[in-house]
Design a protein around this ligand. Structure first.
Ligand SMILES: Cc1ncc(COP(=O)(O)O)c(C=O)c1O
Length: 361
């Protein structure tokens, strides 16, 4: 079997160029005589990989000097705990709930202290963003947490709606980081699990303003303290070395795509053709999300007649279009069209969807 068009929500497609490069370098990285997996994390070879990865990420995202970049483990789920452990400092934090992931972040944070829901769109089944009037902020909150792209519900906060509120803004960007330029300086902290737009699972990226370091109580585990991790350049203990190497290759690939501006233009076109197909299907397919906040990365949709679901999944799979089943909590279908899914892959999906609707509609 050749390579599939992979619409998995994560772990997800990686750029073929990156996989080929990793394959070519697997047994002997740049004359080191061994794989990156077999190197000491403190040796000069791996240190150069880590430094290059950080430098490329800083360049891609325009990360100002006063932010630290941390390469951690534990996934975004660990961050749901690590953030309140480090940043609450006996105060209360505000959370905006726009889907399952921000809801999970609230539930975890409640184990560590006081959490306020500044707004929630759960009553609208997470198909829209809260209006400015609906958001009730605590000016004394330790931080405000948002999930800028809800992977399950397909709701994304548009870049122009990101505003500073006077308290540090903390964002879960797991499922759309690196898909478009981001005004990093408006955030106190950005975090993401790697397995969508960064690289393989097992690596978690944290970008944190230095003002937020050093607030953790001494009772938290050392390995969970952002300040300690920052002081040790993510090397308090053994970091996820292979994941960092792969992320570094993805960053270099992104630079060759014209950086985040270049990637954003391709992503906009991919999302446009898919939403046009759904909206132009005369109701055969539908997406419930308010067009102002539809995700360009995760596109959930349902078939008007769910009796066709099984045939849709079986026939799409036979056509090489894989992992289109929606999350079990919402049903239907979902196409995750991350950076590494090329326009040709989305075009193949759209062609299949038009044809399927014509045959069954
Ligand atoms: C937006 C978002 N946040 C958090 C998570 C949880 O990530 P992890 O599995 O890395 O803990 C996911 C996983 O899909 C996600 O999409």
């Amino acid at each position: 079997m050749g390579r599939i068009w992979n619409f998995s929500a994560g772990p997800a497609a990686l750029p073929e160029e990156v996989l080929l490069q990793a394959q070519a370098e697997l047994l002997d990285w740049h004359g080191a005589g061994c794989s990156v997996m077999e190197m000491s994390h403190r040796g000069k070879e791996f240190m150069s990989i880590l430094e290059q990865a950080e430098a490329d990420l800083r360049e891609l995202m325009g990360i100002p000097e006063q932010y630290k970049v941390l390469f951690l483990q534990g996934g975004a789920t660990q961050q749901f705990a690590q953030i309140p452990m480090n940043l609450l400092a006996g105060r209360s934090a505000d959370y905006i709930v726009t889907g399952s992931w921000s809801k999970k972040a609230v539930k975890e944070a409640q184990r560590f202290g006081s959490v306020r829901i500044a707004a929630s769109t759960e009553e609208s089944k997470f198909t829209r963003l809260p209006t400015a009037e609906e958001i009730r902020l605590d000016p004394f909150a330790a931080y405000l947490h948002v999930c800028t792209n809800e992977t399950i519900h397909g709701v994304e906060i548009p870049a122009e709606r990101i505003a500073s509120t006077g308290v540090p803004l903390v964002a879960d960007m797991s499922s759309h980081i690196l898909s478009r330029p981001v005004p990093v300086e408006k955030f106190g902290m950005i975090y993401a699990g790697a397995q969508k737009n960064i690289g393989p699972s097992g690596l978690t990226l944290v970008i944190i303003h230095r003002d937020l370091l050093g607030m953790a109580p001494l009772t938290i585990p050392t390995v969970m303290d952002f300040a300690v991790m920052a002081e040790n350049g993510s090397m308090l203990n053994t970091p996820p070395t292979y994941g960092i190497y792969m992320a570094g290759l993805v960053f270099q690939w992104l630079k060759r795509q014209g950086g985040l501006e270049g990637m954003a233009a391709v992503n906009a076109e991919k999302a446009r053709i898919l939403y046009d197909c759904i909206d132009g299907s005369g109701g055969f397919y539908s997406n419930p999300v308010d067009p102002d906040c539809r995700s360009r990365m995760n596109v959930p949709f349902v078939l008007a007649n769910p009796e066709f679901d099984a045939a849709f999944l079986a026939e799409s799979k036979a056509a090489g279009l894989v992992s289109l089943k929606g999350h079990k909590s919402v049903g239907g279908m979902r196409a995750s069209i991350y950076n590494a899914v090329p326009l040709a892959g989305v075009q193949a999906l759209v062609d299949f969807m038009y044809d399927f609707a014509k045959r069954k509609g």
